[in-house]
Design a protein around this ligand. Structure first.
Ligand SMILES: Nc1ncnc2c1ncn2[C@@H]1O[C@H](COP(=O)(O)OP(=O)(O)OP(=O)(O)O)[C@@H](O)[C@H]1O
Ligand SMILES: [Mg+2]
Length: 395
């Protein structure tokens, strides 16, 4: 699969890892390319383990270490890892006898990880998806971060929106000899997205407006298009959105659903007003919706859904009657007569060119119902009474 863009981030990553010992945090939303970025890096030996939603104790570190082939004389303490690493147990010293105190035993285990990593230097331990970290690994990572041996880096990747604990705790109390860095991975630009689409499905439409430049969304959408399906929300993305939506408290859920009916980012009062959420619950609901990653503050104080595909997925959770109610509330206060939103303008222009609602919907990746609403709004704002008047050159 071709790799596009990310020159700056790859450079940042390589720079950071070339000055061990260092702790590096890589943040980015689901599917944006954190794992791929690590894969694309060459010349830096790396052990990678991932946290999973099942939160297996020490799972990611065991996963990262299970296939190591230590060459140097190992500290006898590394024998404490034998029961965890049967794959390479024969290369480790004998298991030391059990200790009475569980905390003391834990300390020995942590020191064993440190010692094994030190024996493999230069090396980077990458723990992926720490938004799903188990409590044991969380403590182990904090310990490793503060005690990294020379020649050893620690990298963690995570999605801020799924985080339940502050990952920056790893950077607290680092001794001066241990450096730290952070990389925030954003979506691909429109040009990079076009390049990726060109590789994946030459000849398909511009997918940046729908995917917001998230490579996984681009991949899933091109797969659907290649299968001859309508450009809808890819099932995996829809499921992820639905799980998040279902986990939100009522007020936050209503705010997200209201946002799915709004074309452009709007301020808190408008959004909570459209959602019908009482002002005293609005602020909290809004911050919950932002924290879970469904809603985004696009510009200071203005909120909208993260991606058009997310919007589609959320829209599908609303009954037609509720959708109509929300859209009526949006249309209610209305912009001054005559001012069309960019989308309304686009729709009105295509209608003026004689396209049907279905054709407009297909060319703009909208639902026919949304097109209908845009046309109704455009007619109202332009003071027209029929669609035919649009074709007479009014727009
Ligand atoms: N720069 C890129 N160029 C081309 N494809 C990319 C790029 N970045 C990511 N991809 C592809 O997009 C998909 C998602 O990327 P990746 O798995 O790295 O995302 P992620 O941020 O690790 O997501 P998650 O939070 O779910 O772990 C993968 O198939 C990957 O190969
Ligand atoms: Mg990943």
């Amino acid at each position: 699969m071709p790799f596009v863009g990310r020159e700056r981030e790859l450079r940042q990553l390589a720079d950071a890892l070339s000055r061990p010992p260092l702790v590096l945090l890589i943040e980015g939303e689901a599917g944006v390319g954190k794992t791929r970025l690590l894969h694309e890096l060459t010349g830096h030996p790396m052990l990678v383990g991932s946290c999973h939603p099942m939160r297996f104790p020490y799972g990611p570190v065991v996963e990262a270490l299970r296939d190591v082939r230590p060459m140097r004389d190992l500290n006898p303490i590394t024998g404490a890892l034998r029961p965890f690493l049967p794959e390479c147990g024969h290369l480790l010293p004998p298991t030391p006898p059990p200790l009475q105190d569980a905390m003391v035993e834990r300390h020995r285990l942590f020191r064993a990880v440190l010692s094994l990593l030190g024996s493999l230097r230069p090396i980077t331990l990458a723990v992926e998806d720490v938004h799903w970290v188990d409590p044991g690994t969380r403590e182990l990572l904090a310990f490793l971060a503060r005690c990294l041996p020379d020649g050893v880096n620690l990298v963690v990747t995570y999605r801020a929106e799924d985080l339940c604990h502050p990952v920056t705790e790893l950077l607290g109390h680092l001794p001066p000899r241990i450096d730290h860095a952070e990389i925030a991975l954003g979506p691909l630009t429109a040009e990079e997205t076009a390049l990726l689409v060109k590789h994946l499905l030459p000849g398909s439409a511009d997918l940046w407006p729908l995917t917001g430049g998230v490579p996984r969304a681009v991949e899933e959408l091109t797969r659907m298009l290649a299968d001859g399906q309508e450009p809808g929300t890819p099932p995996a993305l829809r499921d992820a959105v639905l799980v998040k939506l279902a986990a939100l408290p009522r007020a936050a859920r209503h705010i997200v659903q209201a946002a799915s009916q709004v074309e452009h980012p709007v301020c808190e009062d408008v959004l909570t007003g459209v959602a019908g959420v009482p002002p005293e619950q609005g602020e909290r609901g809004l911050s919950e919706a932002v924290r879970c990653g469904l809603l985004r503050e696009w510009t200071p104080g203005r909120y909208g859904l993260r991606q058009p595909l997310t919007r589609q997925a959320v829209s599908e959770t609303i009954t037609p009657a509720a959708g109509r109610r929300l859209r009526r509330r949006i249309a209610g206060p209305a912009e001054p007569q005559g001012t069309l939103s960019p989308r309304e303008e686009e729709v009105a222009r295509l209608a003026a060119d004689g396209l049907t609602n279905k054709e407009i919907a297909e060319s703009l990746f909208l639902s026919p119902r949304t097109v209908e609403v845009h046309i109704a709004n455009a007619l109202r704002k332009l003071g027209l009474t029929s669609r035919r008047q649009l074709t007479l050159g009014t727009t």
